[in-house]
Design a protein around this ligand. Structure first.
Ligand code: SAM
Length: 257
């Protein structure tokens, strides 16, 4: 974890929860509360907050993954997969040999996903923590995580887990909010994020605080270069990233060789 995300307080190690400081042991519980509260409105809010952009970014992620079109077995794990956007897009683009496993810590988010994915074969939901994935070593052919890793308390541990469950010769891909490339846009983006998004959250999901956390957690997340370094530190090679919409989001990728 980056140093500015943690420091030692009197009551043990502290970390950030949005802009607040909380104990490391309490953080995941607070994150879980956020997602259990917003689950039923999560997809609608994504469309409203991003003006539909999240759909394009997720489509970009799946294109970057280049799903195989053949019947050859190919197993994707989509960690923090929530309501299943990335996994379903992947299965729509992939050949019949492909399967997807969504692993998320929130039962409520996955329940929404299961409702949406009713009747969809080749999609499995498993409840689990990105920091200790309930899967054996070298099980998967690709690992994706979209807008999930900034919610994890120990990013380095989650990346180590990604490495562990991937077969050699396969890839990790992370889609996450990132740092704007254009400084002038920063102010407009800040004004929108800190005012409009919590207000939308209050209006649509009856919950401004959860959306304030989501915005703040974006600002606390390491920038493109730092995050690329963390992926390298986990053992991945040929790490690269591509900015989306001027750096509002970015896709990082790396190979386990
Ligand atoms: N990937 C989905 C998408 O792009 O729409 C959902 C993203 S949502 C912003 C973040 C998800 O991360 C939530 O479903 C939440 O439950 C999950 N999450 C948070 N901490 C997690 C952890 N430690 N392990 C696994 N999932 C986690």
């Amino acid at each position: 974890m980056p140093d500015d995300m943690k420091n030692k307080g009197d009551s043990g190690t502290e970390t950030s929860f949005g802009f607040a400081r909380v104990s490391e042991s309490a953080r995941q519980g607070l994150v879980n509360e956020v997602f259990s509260k917003v689950a039923s409105r999560y997809d609608l809010m994504n469309d409203l907050m991003s003006g539909g952009l999240h759909r394009l970014w997720k489509a970009d992620l799946v294109t970057a993954l280049a799903p195989p079109k053949s019947d050859v077995p190919f197993a994707l794990i989509d960690v923090a997969g929530g309501t299943g956007d990335v996994a379903t897009r992947f299965l729509e683009a992939a050949g019949k040999g492909s399967t997807a496993t969504i692993c998320d810590i929130s039962k409520e988010m996955m329940d929404e996903g299961k409702r949406r994915a009713k009747g969809r074969e080749r999609l499995t939901f498993v409840q689990g923590n990105a920091e200790s994935l309930p899967f054996e070593d070298r099980r998967f052919d690709a690992y994706t995580i979209a807008f999930g890793i900034r919610n994890v308390t120990h990013i380095d541990t989650a990346l180590a887990e990604a490495y562990r469950v991937l077969k050699p010769g396969s890839r990790v891909l992370c889609l996450e909010f990132s740092n704007l490339e254009m400084p002038l846009l920063d102010r407009i983006y800040d004004a929108y994020s800190f005012n409009a998004i919590p207000a939308l959250g209050r209006l649509v999901a009856g919950d401004a605080d959860s959306y304030r956390y989501l915005v703040e957690s974006i600002r606390r997340f390491p920038d493109q270069e730092r995050f690329a370094e963390m992926i390298r530190d986990a053992g991945f090679e040929r790490v690269q990233y591509r900015n989306l919409t001027g750096g509002i989001a970015a896709i990082h990728s790396g190979w386990r060789l």
